[in-house]
Design a protein around this ligand. Structure first.
Ligand SMILES: [Zn+2]
Length: 144
C-alpha cells in the first residue's frame, strides 16, 4: 500500500508505504494514530486485510448511489476510530476477483476482517454507530 495520510492532530502529511504487522500507522511528527483509509486491489487484497486491528472492507463502485452515501461515513469512521480500524475500499469494477472470492453479489457490501478472516458482514447502507459497534465487537473477539 502507499498513500498520503493526513494527521488529524497536527495536520502533517504522512507518506505511508508499509505498516509493520500488528501495528497501525502513526504520525511521524506527533505520533498520533492516523486515519487508515485507502484503496485496495485484487493484487494487494491478501495484505490489505491484514492488520493488528479489524479491517473494514468496502466493496463499492462509482455508479452505485448507496455506495456514495457510505463513502463519507467510512471516512468519518477512519478518522474517529483512528488506531482502531483499517478501512479498505475495493472498487468491484476494477477488482472483480476479490468480490467473487467473498461472494459479493450486491453493493455496497462491507466485510469486517480480523486476523485475515472475515468475521462479520453488512449489506447495504448502514448507520455509522452500527458499524462502529461491529468493529469494536471484532476487535474484542479473539482471533480464530
Ligand atoms: Zn501529527
Amino acid at each position: 500500500m502507499s498513500g498520503v495520510l493526513i494527521c488529524p492532530e497536527c495536520g502533517s502529511k504522512n507518506r505511508v508505504q508499509q505498516v509493520p504487522g500488528g501495528q497501525v500507522p502513526v504520525c511521524a511528527r506527533c505520533h498520533a494514530a492516523l486515519p487508515w483509509l485507502h484503496n485496495g486491489s485484487d493484487a494487494s487484497f491478501a495484505s490489505d486485510i491484514q492488520a493488528g486491528v479489524p479491517v473494514l472492507v468496502d466493496f463499492w463502485a462509482p455508479w452505485c448511489g448507496p455506495c456514495r452515501v457510505m463513502g463519507p461515513v467510512l471516512e468519518q469512521i477512519a478518522r474517529e476510530q483512528a488506531g482502531k480500524v483499517r478501512v479498505v475500499k475495493i472498487n468491484v469494477d476494477e477488482n472483480p476477483q476479490s468480490a467473487a472470492q467473498f461472494q459479493v453479489r450486491s453493493i455496497p457490501t462491507l466485510l469486517i476482517f480480523k486476523g485475515g478472516k472475515a468475521v462479520d458482514s453488512v449489506i447495504g447502507v448502514t448507520q455509522k454507530a452500527a458499524l462502529i459497534q461491529k468493529i469494536s465487537a471484532a476487535s474484542s473477539a479473539s482471533p480464530a
